[in-house]
Every structure is written in structure tokens, then in C-alpha cells.
Design a protein around this ligand. Structure first.
Ligand code: FES
Length: 574
């Protein structure tokens, strides 16, 4: 095989003034002369930040990748990009996913890099880096930082996020003391790593693996398990080979790979956020993925991984049971996987997982003992959501998946907070809670508030779920019969904008329908008086975001970002 000409040699090759200048400055890092002899330069794209606790151990992971790159004869160069910490970043990390993706894209393109290892972990860091790198299309591997060890409190296993929702409702109804709640807090995040429920981070780590963008085993190895370090080192070795093979990202991120990821997401009971992120990543590589593909390819796939928030266990048990390779093998044997899809290690996804063994059938269940028979994210349509909305069956109450109820409307999340604890609020468990103005523009970043808590007077009856509808997102660690991502959103004048208290709404998930008992004429009449909200800021990134963000069915990317623009530097001064 003839080796492709290395891009980095455009900076470092030759004896001219400019090459000398490039090398000379790099030598202040203590690099010997043969560092520039034509060996592949590997960028280690690091989202380390102490403000992103889930990625705070990434210096150690980067060291392991570096070791692998050196062993394989490459030159590792680590660079930082914007880190997005889900727990701290306000108003919501999702607002900055696209900004971080631009940082990644331009950092890769503008620098002497031949291949990239993306260090990803906390929720939005995975799609942001994948999107940015996809727009450059160099050889790329993603290495996830791994989940935290299981949380522990008084002999009970605690799941990140999931138990915060659960316990805070218990505190509200007096089933748990505030002191105990505070004690549980310390046991919830007791090691490095990202959320260890099947929340968005674990889902996206699983998506990386099922898309073929990560090494086998990437999804589930705990952050502190030495095998995570081994995976990082092997990824470092492999990326050097990928540069020699010119195995660029678009050869892996094919339509077949996305279909595999959709099916894997159904099987693991993954986060609804994956819908948005995969649509956005597909958009960057020019794969024509639509919302309806989620229903089409996820429809017959049962949820077999029994993890919180849908089920009982956590990522540690998932790894010990065999992890995602078992799920991929089972999907493959059931004819539900495009086995020939290529992965970053140069083998097909079918080859990678053919021998995966299931060590715990409680955690990864056989198909005939599935957690939910139709596990895939369902896409709902109807006169309330003409552009579509999503619901996650594995997190919902089956009896509520067909339900007709009276709307109780919250105009904004602030309006919800004002009203929800009011004993005079006219609401009971048969009602449908409707939250507006929390979509991509309405609440810039599309806040994770769709699983709004139930009113105390309903909770006190022991009721734990009601139908909830919004244009918001929901944390991957949350659960309930929650319809999300309504398109068009209320802030764009979608029908959601004009729902009023007392309107009757029908959800019929089996028939993929969500409708309001109003005629088109009535909806149009109500919309006549509707006014769009102002932008959140008059300048800066938030204004750019507000003016250009696409709706959830297009992955909430900015309208000028989809597409692969390649790694060629359009102009350079030397
Ligand atoms: Fe970072 Fe959950 S807060 S993964």
C-alpha cells in the first residue's frame, strides 16, 4: 500500500524558511529533530476541565493515548478544546455544543495534524467533538472517559441523576429527610468518570462504539478500571495505523453505521438526546438521516439492557456482564445489525463482536425476556406536533401510552415553577401537563426540563407518572411518559404555542399519534395573536445561536454548519 502524503509535512517538511520556523518553535517543547521526519502527527483533542467533573481525569487518559501513539511511531500533540460540563454549565451545556464543535473543527483544520483522538465523556462533549471532527474528515478515533463506579448509600446502589430525581420527590412528600438527601449526595459520585446510569453520556459512549468510531469495549469500562487505560493506549497505537491506511471518518460514519447506532440505542434503552446528536453528526458527514429513521430502524428492537433509568442496574454491571459487544452480537444474530459496517480498528462491527459472551442475563437479557418489547424511540406526529416529537417507551408507563386528558399549560419553565406547588392548581393525574417555550430557541439550548416534576398533590396520592408534553429535552437519566422535542417548537409558532388550559389532548403511541382536539381553523385563529419571543442576548454567540439554530428534527445544529468541509487549509500566510 502506498502511504498517503502526510498533511503535517505541509508544515514541517523541507528546508525552507517556513518549515524551519514551524519546527523551530515546536522544538521549545523539547522535541528531538526526528520528531519531524515524516511520522504521523496525532492530535489528542482533550476536553479536560476541572469545571467538567466527568472529564477531570482526562490528563491521565491523554497520557495513555500518548504512550500508544509513541509506540506506533507517531508524534502525539495534545490540544485543549472547549469543555462542556453538564452539571455546572448554565443555562445548559447544549447551548454550547455547536460552539465547541466549531472550536474542534477549526483547531483540527488549522493545525499540523494527520489524525485525531477525541477524548469525550460528559454528555455534550461526545457529539461536539464528533461533529467538529466529522466536518474535517481526518482519520479519527473517539475514546470515552468511562463511567463512574456505582453510587452507594446505606447499602443501596445509587444511579447518577436518576436517584436525584427520585429522592427529591421523596423529600417533597416527606418520605426522606433533607439530612439523608445530603448524605446520599456524597455517595452518588464517588470516583472519576461520567454518569453511570444509561444517561446521555453512557448512551453517547455506546453510540461511539456502535457507530464504529470507538474501540470495542469503549462504552462501558469504568473510568477507574485499568482496562480503560489499556483501551486508550490501544487507540493511540491504532490511530497511527489509520493515518497510514487513510481510514478517514467518513469511511466509518456511513448510513449503515447510523442504522446500527439507532438499533443499539433501542436495545440499551438509550437517552432521547441521542436522537438529536446523531442527526447532527450525520448532517456533518452528509448522511441523510431523518427523524423517521429512528422509528423505522428502532421499531422492532426490544430494550434488553436492564439499566437505570429504564431498569435496575448501572454501567459497572453492564461492563461485567460483557458490555456493548454482547448487545451488538445479539443484534447481529437477530439480523438487526449491518454486520459489514467498518470500524476504526479496521475490522467490521460483525467481526469485532462475534465472540462476545454474556456473563449476566439479568443485566443483558435474552430477547424473550426483554425489558420493553418495542424499545426504540417512537416518533409521534399529529396536529399538535406536525414536524414530529419523540417518546422513549422504555422509560414510560405502558398504561399511559394511550391516554386522553385535559391540558394544564405552563407557558414557560418559570410559569411552571410558579404554579406547580399551588394547592389551588386545577390538576389531577388524568391531566396532560404541557410545557411551552423550552425548545432550541424558546429556551436557548433546549433545556432538559421536559420531565417536569408532578404536582405535590398528585405525588401524595402515590402517583409517580403523568403524560407530559413539551418542546424541551429530558436528561438521559430521567424517566416517565414524557413527549419531547416537539417540532415546530412554541417559540417558532408551532401549534404547541397556542394550547390552552382545558384543551383535550390524545396520545396514542402505538399509532404514533399526538393530537389536540382543535380544527386547523381554530389553531390558525389562535395563532393570529401569537408573538415570537425576543433573542436572549443582542450580541455574542447566543445571538448567533438564536438566529441560526435548526429545529430538533435537524439535530439543533446551526444552519451553516452541516456538511464536511475537509481538512485543507483554504489559505495560509507562509
Ligand atoms: Fe457529566 Fe452526567 S453530568 S455525564
Amino acid at each position: 500500500m502506498t502511504k498517503p502524503k502526510l498533511r503535517s509535512q505541509g508544515w514541517f517538511g523541507g528546508t525552507g524558511t517556513h518549515a524551519t520556523m514551524h519546527r523551530s518553535w515546536m522544538k521549545n517543547e523539547g522535541l528531538p529533530p526526528d520528531s519531524f521526519d515524516g511520522r504521523p502527527v496525532i492530535g489528542i483533542c482533550n476536553t479536560f476541565s476541572e469545571l467538567t467533573p466527568c472529564n477531570a481525569h482526562f490528563r491521565q487518559i491523554a497520557e495513555k493515548v500518548r504512550r500508544g501513539v509513541l509506540e506506533a511511531g507517531g508524534l502525539p500533540l495534545e490540544f485543549p478544546v472547549m469543555s462542556l460540563g453538564e452539571s455546572n454549565l448554565r443555562p445548559t451545556a447544549m447551548l454550547f455544543r455547536n460552539l465547541a464543535s466549531m472550536d474542534v473543527e477549526e483547531s483540527i483544520r488549522g493545525n499540523p495534524i494527520d489524525g485525531v483522538v477525541l477524548l469525550v465523556g460528559c454528555d455534550k462533549t461526545t457529539p461536539a467533538l464528533m461533529m467538529g471532527a466529522a466536518s474535517c474528515d481526518l482519520p479519527t478515533i473517539a475514546v470515552s472517559g468511562g463511567p463512574m463506579l456505582n453510587g452507594r448509600f446505606r447499602g443501596e446502589q445509587l444511579g447518577s441523576g436518576t436517584h436525584v430525581w427520585r429522592f427529591s420527590e421523596d423529600v417533597k412528600v416527606g418520605k426522606m429527610s433533607v439530612a439523608d438527601f445530603m448524605e446520599a449526595e456524597a455517595g452518588m459520585a464517588r470516583s472519576p468518570g461520567h454518569c453511570m446510569t444509561m444517561g446521555t453520556a453512557s448512551t453517547m459512549a455506546s453510540m461511539v462504539e456502535s457507530l464504529g468510531m470507538g474501540m470495542p469495549g469503549n462504552a462501558a469500562i469504568p473510568a477507574v478500571d485499568s482496562r480503560r487505560a489499556v483501551l486508550a493506549q490501544l487507540a493511540g497505537r491504532r490511530i497511527v495505523e489509520m493515518v497510514h491506511e487513510n481510514l478517514v471518518m467518513s469511511k466509518v460514519l456511513t448510513r449503515q453505521a447510523f442504522e446500527n447506532a439507532i438499533r443499539a440505542n433501542a436495545a440499551i434503552g438509550g437517552s432521547t438526546n441521542a436522537v438529536i446528536h446523531l442527526l447532527a453528526i450525520a448532517g456533518r458527514v452528509g448522511v441523510d438521516l431523518t427523524l423517521d429513521d429512528w422509528d423505522k430502524f428502532g421499531r422492532d428492537v426490544p430494550t434488553i439492557v436492564d439499566l437505570m433509568p429504564s431498569g435496575r442496574f448501572l454501567m459497572e454491571e453492564f461492563y461485567y456482564a460483557g458490555g456493548l459487544p454482547v448487545v451488538l452480537r445479539m443484534l447481529s444474530e437477530a439480523g438487526l445489525l449491518n454486520k459489514d459496517a467498518l470500524t476504526v480498528n479496521g475490522r467490521t462491527i460483525g467481526e469485532n463482536n462475534a465472540d462476545a459472551e454474556n456473563f449476566n442475563e439479568e443485566v443483558i437479557r435474552p430477547f424473550d425476556k426483554a425489558l420493553t418489547r418495542d424499545g426504540g424511540v417512537m416518533i409521534l406526529r399529529g396536529n399538535l406536533v406536525p414536524g414530529g416529537a419523540v417518546i422513549k417507551p422504555s422509560a414510560a408507563t405502558p398504561a399511559l401510552m394511550r391516554h386522553r386528558g385535559r391540558a394544564v399549560v405552563f407557558e414557560t419553565i418559570e410559569h411552571y415553577h410558579e404554579r406547580i406547588n399551588d394547592p389551588a392548581l386545577d390538576i389531577d393525574e388524568t391531566c396532560v401537563m404541557v410545557l411551552k417555550n423550552c425548545g432550541p430557541r424558546g429556551y436557548p439550548g433546549m433545556a432538559e426540563v421536559g420531565n417536569m416534576g408532578l404536582p405535590p398533590k398528585v405525588l401524595k396520592k402515590g402517583i409517580t407518572d403523568m403524560v407530559r408534553i413539551s418542546d424541551a429535552r429530558m436528561s438521559g437519566t430521567a424517566y416517565g411518559t414524557v413527549v419531547l422535542h416537539a417540532v415546530p417548537e412554541a417559540a417558532l409558532g408551532g401549534p404547541l404555542a397556542v394550547v390552552r388550559d382545558g384543551d383535550m389532548i390524545s396520545l396514542d403511541a402505538a399509532n404514533r399519534s399526538l393530537s389536540i382536539e382543535l380544527t386547523d381553523e381554530q389553531l390558525a385563529e389562535r395563532l393570529k395573536g401569537w408573538e415570537p419571543p425576543p433573542p436572549p442576548m443582542t450580541g455574542g454567540y447566543q445571538k448567533l445561536y438564536f438566529d441560526h439554530v435548526l429545529q430538533a428534527d435537524r439535530g439543533c445544529d446551526l444552519d451553516f454548519l452541516p456538511g464536511t468541509r475537509g481538512a485543507a487549509v483554504p489559505r495560509h500566510s507562509h
